[in-house]
Each structure stands twice: as C-alpha cells, then as structure tokens.
Design a protein around this ligand. Structure first.
Ligand code: CA
Length: 416
C-alpha cells in the first residue's frame, strides 16, 4: 500500500517491503515524533497475558499445539514493528518520484529477464487465468523486486505485537495472525518461511495471510501453496487474484494520452466515458493513433493537464484492487508496458528537477558520504537521515532545502 496510506481507515493495510522502503523516504520531520512514541512500552504482564490469549484463541480455532508454540513462544515486544505501524508520511511525494523509483530502467530490464526465464510459467498463468503476463510480471517487480526484497519480520511475532501493543485495528491483526498460523498448520509452508513486512505482507508477491488463505493457488502442482519459494505458485496466485478482482482477458489496461492545455473537464477513476467522448473533449493519444470507439475508460491526470495523461480501462481497476492507490496501479500498468517493449512516457512530467533511479539514489548517497555527510552506509534507501543530509547539501549550494533526492542536487554533487 503506497500513496493511499494516509487513508488507512478506508482501505486494507497491506504494507509491503517495497512500499515501506518508499515510505521511509517520506519521513523527514518525523523521526523526533517517532522516538517519543517508541519509548511508550506497555506493561510486560499485559503483553504476555495478551499473547497467552492469542495462543488460546489459536488452539480454539483448531491450530495444533506445536504450531502455536513454535510461532508464539518467545515473542517479545518489538519496538521497530510498532514504530513503523505508527508512522505516517508527512508530505506528498510527487508522482514522478514515485514512478521514477518503481519503474526505472533496471526494473524494466530485470522484468524482461524474468519474462525470458519464467516464460513457461507466465504463459501458463496467462492462459489459465486470462491475465496479461506482462502485468503479472510487473506486479512481481513492484511488490518484491522480482522476489529479491520480501521482508525481514517474523510474521507471528510482528502480528502479535500489533495485536498486543499496537493499540489500533487489533481485530484485523488478530485475524491475520490466525491466518498465518493456519497456513503453517495446513502444511502449505514451514514456520521458518514466514518472513515479510512488519504488516504481514510476505512472499514473492506480498500477499497478506488472509489473502493467501483465500486466493493462493498451487500452480506447480506439488500439493502445497508456496508463495515464498515457488515462483509458479506466486505468479499463478497473482493471476488468480487479478482475475478475481475482475480482470477481463484480452482487454487493455491503460493508454497514455494528452489532455488539452488547461483542461477542466471530467477526470478521475470514477468518471467513465467512451473513447469517442474523450476524443470529443479534446483528449488525444500520445502515440498519435486515433482515439475512437465505445470502450469505456477514465481519464487520470496525476500531474495536471500539463503532464502525461492516462485513459484507464476496467483492467486497471483490477490492478487497483491489488493495492488501493492510483499511483500504485499506474506504476504496475506502466512497468508492464515497458517490460512489453513500449517506449517511455511521451509527455514529460511538469518539473525541471527530474526523479532519480534506484542506481542514482545509491550514487547520490555515495556522493554525500564522499562530501563528508554522515549518513552511515549507502543502501539506496532514502530515509530521514539521507533526507536531512540532502537538505544540508542543498543549503550549502544555496538551493531551496527540500530533502528530496532529485536530479538537481544530484548534479550539483557531481552525479549524472
Ligand atoms: Ca505448489
């Protein structure tokens, strides 16, 4: 869950590792607040009696004693899980930074490589569920960087912390904890495979446990649903998810368009109209082809009429269902197009300070370190410490301090 995170009351909490890496980039002024929250610890007795209650509930729901003990004996208060659960992004990330991070050339190239490597599986998934294989690969790429970044938190402990010390949405977390134990109890996964994001999203495509129970499929036919180590099960399950979310075989998901300058007409995901009516309103395809016909689409202008526009179709909504944020669905849609060989966006974003790729973010950190800024080790993740250093560097160059990892400061530091 990414851009919609501030609206967590409305939507599912499905915070993946990629999402977290991205969110941490937004947390600039937040560190001080978090430090003070993190020092509030519940009474130890309350915590352990809550955990005992969870164990009893798990046993009552039929989960074996051995599984319950292995999962919850030794659970401790985990400050990091709680800190992350309480943080809120404090400023809105520009859409171009968001897409620059998630759809950089590296992820496009890696996507083409996995398409070749897993061609048979992706074609089989497309054939059985009707979901375009480039979109399946794009979900994999955004959710876990094609299985490389799946999360470090032991789910039973993280979820027990959220129930017993989180103080919010405890019913939801409790349900996810029981689902986690069921996945092990029914033999789909071993306990030592249950590592994921602090919020319980795990495996190659970052399903939360209740979704796993509901929608995971055994696509390699070995009798277990293994979304951690089986690429086939993971990709088949993603296709199943998108199909259940309303994906229609053979239909498009998005096309790049251009709205007239100063466009004030209808827009947004809920304002659907035929392609012909969009053409009448002055919307044109970015590739110069004719826009016509009765197919319904909605117009998205994430950066206003000066930036790229997108007509999105029913299948875009299936992607949106995976993770309720338009920016997320745009990233998947665009990455899928790029993996499939379509060109980069034709209309530039309305900014003179372009976004950086992941490789450039890493290089930016190395440049900061070389200039004497103490940001620890360069890891490509732009957290509060890196942002603070970027601000200082911007000030040193006489620029407006933003803390944003953009092209201008990168160039000033000697990159690009
Ligand atoms: Ca399997």
């Amino acid at each position: 869950m990414l851009a919609g995170i501030g609206e967590s009351a409305r939507i599912n909490v499905r915070i993946t590792e990629t999402a977290w890496a991205f969110l941490t980039m937004r947390n600039l002024l937040l560190a001080a607040t978090l430090m003070s929250i993190a020092t509030i610890t519940p009474a130890v007795a309350d915590f352990s009696s809550c955990v005992n209650g969870l164990k009893a509930a798990a046993r009552k729901s039929g989960i074996s004693r051995a599984v319950v003990a292995e999962a919850l004996d030794g659970v401790r208060y985990d400050e990091e899980v709680l800190r992350r659960s309480r943080s809120q992004p404090e400023f809105k990330t520009p859409i171009w930074d968001y897409l620059g991070f998630l759809v950089d050339e590296e992820r496009v190239e890696d996507g083409r490589a996995v398409m070749r490597e897993h061609d048979r599986i992706l074609r089989a998934a497309e054939d059985r569920f009707g979901v375009n294989r480039y979109v399946i690969a794009a979900v994999w790429g955004v959710e876990s960087n094609y299985g490389q970044d799946t999360g470090k938190f032991f789910l039973p402990h993280a979820l027990a912390n959220l129930v017993c010390a989180g103080g919010r949405r405890t019913k939801f977390w409790r349900g996810e904890l029981l689902a986690t134990l069921k996945i092990v109890d029914r033999g789909d996964l071993r306990m030592n495979k249950l590592y994921g994001s602090w919020a319980g999203a795990f495996g190659q495509t970052q399903f939360i446990p209740s979704t796993y129970l509901r929608l995971a499929v055994d696509f390699d036919g070995d009798g277990r649903r293994d979304l951690v180590d089986s690429v086939a099960d993971a990709l088949g399950s993603t296709a199943n998810y998108l199909k259940r979310a309303g994906w229609k075989r053979g239909e498009s998901w998005m096309i790049e368009v251009k709205a007239p300058r100063g466009y004030k007409g209808p827009k947004g995901r809920r304002n659907r109209a035929s392609l012909a009516s969009w053409a009448k309103r002055g919307v044109v395809r970015a590739d110069g082809k004719r826009l016509s016909g009765g197919t319904n689409a909605a117009l998205l202008l994430p950066a206003g009429s000066r930036g790229p526009g997108f007509l999105v179709f029913r299948n875009f909504n299936a992607i949106y269902a995976y993770n309720h944020a338009e920016s997320y669905a745009l990233a998947i849609s665009y990455l899928a197009d790029r993996i499939a060989g379509y060109p980069a966006l034709r209309t530039p974003w309305p900014t003179d300070d372009p976004p950086l790729s992941r490789a450039e973010r890493l290089h930016l950190q190395e440049l900061l370190i070389a200039q004497g800024y103490d940001i620890g080790e360069a890891d490509g993740k732009i957290g509060p410490i890196t942002r603070a250093a970027i601000k200082k560097a911007e000030q040193a160059f006489g620029m407006k301090p933003t803390g944003r990892p953009g092209g201008k400061i990168y160039k000033k530091l000697g990159g690009g």
